[in-house]
Design a binder for this molecule. Structure first.
Ligand SMILES: CC(C)(COP(=O)(O)OP(=O)(O)OC[C@H]1O[C@@H](n2cnc3c(N)ncnc32)[C@H](O)[C@@H]1OP(=O)(O)O)[C@@H](O)C(=O)NCCC(=O)NCCS
Length: 141
């Protein structure tokens, strides 16, 4: 992901996360200043149709975001993003983890299909009454 991708990325962000707390400035900071952050866009015919981001610290990888443009959902594209992360971090990381809202069925299904297991619940992680599942996968298993 490059700075010039951010308009397209942010258009997807807004439709994907209704109450997103991520601003354009936050994305810019991630790209420019966070040495642990790695962000990727997925393009089809020159158009950005999805993106994902991770924080990679020593041998631990946390997925910070995954989104696919609404009009491109339900076609399996998100699996491409997750597989890319796994391939990218495998030389360095053993564990990939993330948080997902307990009512986000498509996302949980995506992660389950990619070998992620449930590791517990974080109460109120997304605000009052909005819990998250922690999910993780061991890339060496
Ligand atoms: C989650 C998201 C990235 C999935 O992207 P996608 O490209 O549409 O997903 P896919 O087509 O690859 O489908 C992923 C799995 O979810 C299932 N799925 C898709 N939509 C679904 C729905 N509405 N209900 C239940 N399952 C669904 C698919 O069948 C697939 O499982 P399968 O491989 O066993 O068939 C996309 O829905 C999105 O951007 N959501 C908004 C942002 C978000 O919630 N990100 C995750 C944050 S943790």
């Amino acid at each position: 992901m490059k700075i010039e991708d951010l308009n397209a990325v942010y258009a997807i962000e807004i439709e994907a996360f209704k109450n997103s707390t991520w601003t354009m400035e936050a994305y810019t900071r991630e790209l420019v200043m966070n040495k642990f952050a790695h962000y990727f866009v997925m393009e089809l015919d020159g158009e950005i149709i999805g993106y994902t981001g991770i924080w990679l610290v020593v041998d631990q990888c946390q997925i910070t975001t995954v989104a696919v443009a609404k009009k491109m959902r339900g076609k399996g594209y998100s699996h491409v993003l997750i597989q890319h992360i796994k391939d990218y971090v495998k030389p360095q990381a053993d564990i990939v983890s993330l948080e997902v809202r307990v009512d986000n069925t498509p996302a949980m299904r995506l992660y389950e299909r990619n070998g992620f297991k449930y590791g517990g619940v974080r109460k109120n992680y997304y605000g009052e009454g909005l819990d998250a599942h922690v999910m993780w996968v061991n890339l060496n298993e």
